[in-house]
Design a protein around this ligand. Structure first.
Ligand code: FAD
Length: 499
């Protein structure tokens, strides 16, 4: 009988680790405080509508990327994926619309349409970089590559390496500063929220490159179907999950993690893995007694992705003629959170592309608003539940009115609305400050290697978005696979990825 492994968190990282460990002879048990799998990768159903709180684009959605091997191994290969021809449409202050085509030729033509002639050399090099990145691949599951696949990746490297060399050191704010045309600058800055000026341009090109090769799409059925498919595979491999089990302590004896404890009881195992929030794991579950300089540095100096207000709208009628993703400048600033948050623009996604997202003839839509005022919501909810509910209602009213000023008639089409706040996000996922993706990717943090173990603590590992600056789903799958491989090596057995 293989070693027993207790895993905290049934997010994609915890499920991935469990899935690969199960197929390698370990006996795993996952504990999650919530009643569902997926963690941040989730959706919720209300009155026939499905409100998707996660996937906009998934790297590895098709076999055109090596990452797809991992999603297939994990059980998500059976889903149907939609690949985007248009990533998003951004309305500019002069009323023109910037369409972000995923085909590099059309994207180049669109940038040229918006810019003056002074910017053509820069536009050409942006389009060339995206074309090159579309040939590049992630080092996800090299052991699975066939000879032609490996050759294709190696062949693309000479084109991709200079891009990483040049554009990885260039923050998006510096790219924007190089643009002569104010209109083109406004258009490209619309691809980023204000706090992402330090994001390396190569990250943008990589996403667009993956979209252009049609391996960065959306799973039909949404984020919940994606998470459920991975849960199903894990359970089919003999894994088990206890939902509604909040872990409060990791038990340690003689410098070794030996179990977990929560209100529902104590369990012991040979190894403990935390795929939950890293800050909570170190500070609360382990009482701050075991640390690592790398993580402490991240806690002290890395910037986090913000938290979110997520408004789900159930709309009467067919909105399929609207772009599936659309953002626009507001005619009047939108003031929320008692005056602490002022928005000058907003965006909406219409899920007409996913037939299961709404009853026939109706449309599910989502508005995603970034906020760093998580404490405003959590404190209000703790202090005065009816004031919190009233603040949610007032926020909904204001957001819908702002939408209606851009898309007249939308307010009267709303038959159901549902607002998730940072307090909701923290309750359901326990992420630090309600961050939706961990550490912001910046020139400093992108590619930073964060430790998976803590000094002085044996039998314990960590994984997930907080160990991978930039966050997102692919690192969760990759991390789970790598950790299982590492544990197999430690046991002196060869790793198998197939079920
Ligand atoms: C709105 C939104 C849009 C996104 N869009 C994309 C996208 O388009 N593409 C992409 O790749 N990524 C996207 N992401 C990011 C992606 O969802 C996350 O980076 C990823 O899901 C993180 O997975 P994880 O397993 O590391 O952590 P989590 O999903 O946070 O999972 C941690 C799990 O641990 C559980 N847990 C925590 N503490 C405890 C405890 N004490 N006891 C028991 N259980 C506990 C939680 O309940 C949770 O289930 C998006 C996220 C959001 C919110």
């Amino acid at each position: 009988m293989g070693k027993s492994v207790l895993i905290i968190g049934a997010g994609i990282a915890g499920l991935a680790a469990g899935s690969y460990l199960q197929r390698n002879g370990f006996t795993t048990h996952i504990f999650d405080q919530h009643t569902l799998p997926g963690g941040l990768c989730t959706a919720w159903e209300r009155q026939g509508y499905r409100f998707d709180g996660c996937i906009h684009w998934l790297m590895g959605s098709s076999p055109r990327s090596n990452m797809h091997h991992i999603w297939r191994e994990l059980g998500a290969g059976e889903l149907n994926y939609l690949e985007w021809d248009i990533f998003t449409v951004i309305k500019l202050s002069d009323g023109d619309r910037f369409t972000v085509y995923t085909d590099p030729d059309r994207f180049e033509a669109e940038l040229s349409r918006l810019a003056g002639p002074d910017d053509s050399p820069l536009i050409k090099s942006i389009a060339a970089a995206i074309r090159n990145m579309s040939r590049f691949d992630l080092p996800a599951a090299w052991d699975k590559l066939t000879l032609p696949e490996a050759a294709r990746i190696l062949f693309a490297l000479p084109g991709a390496l200079p891009i990483f060399g040049t554009w990885m050191k260039l923050p998006i704010a510096s790219l924007l500063a190089r643009i002569a045309s104010p209109k083109l600058r406004e258009a490209l800055s619309g691809l980023y929220s204000g706090d992402m000026g330090d994001f390396p341009v190569a990250g943008l090109f990589m996403m667009l490159g993956f979209m252009s090769k049609k391996s960065c799409g959306y799973p039909l059925g949404g984020s919940s179907a994606f998470a459920r498919s991975i849960e199903k595979k894990y359970l089919s491999l003999g894994g088990s999950i206890s939902y509604g089990f909040r872990v409060d302590r990791i038990l340690v004896e003689n410098g070794k993690a030996v179990g977990i404890a929560g209100e529902k009881g104590e369990l012991r195992g040979d190894l403990v893995i935390s795929a939950a929030d890293a800050h909570d794991t170190v500070e609360r579950l382990l009482g701050g007694r075991y640390r690592s300089p790398g993580l402490d540095k991240a806690f002290a100096s890395f910037r986090r992705f913000p938290s979110l207000l997520l408004l789900g709208l159930g709309l009467k009628g067919d909105f399929s003629s609207y772009p599936h993703s659309y953002s626009f400048p507001l005619k009047q600033p939108l003031v929320l959170e008692g005056g602490e948050l002022t928005l000058l623009g907003m965006g909406i996604r219409f899920f007409s592309f996913d037939p299961g997202a709404a009853p026939a003839g109706k449309t599910a839509a989502m508005v995603m608003i970034s906020t760093t005022n998580d404490s405003w919501w959590t404190e209000l909810r703790a202090r005065d539940r009816s004031a919190y509910d009233a603040a949610k209602e007032e926020s909904k009213r204001r957001i819908i009115a702002a939408l209606d000023s851009e898309l007249p008639g939308i307010a009267s089409a709303v038959e159901y609305s549902d607002l998730s706040t940072p307090a909701t996000l923290i309750r359901y996922t326990n992420n630090w400050h309600g961050s939706y993706e961990g550490w912001l990717p910046t020139i400093k943090t992108m590619g930073a290697k964060l430790p998976r173990t803590l000094d002085g603590l044996a039998g314990f590992y960590m994984l997930g978005q907080w160990l991978n600056p930039g966050g997102g789903l692919p690192p969760c799958g990759i991390d789970g696979r790598r950790l299982a491989k590492r544990l197999c090596q430690a046991e002196g057995r060869s790793f198998r990825a197939d079920a």
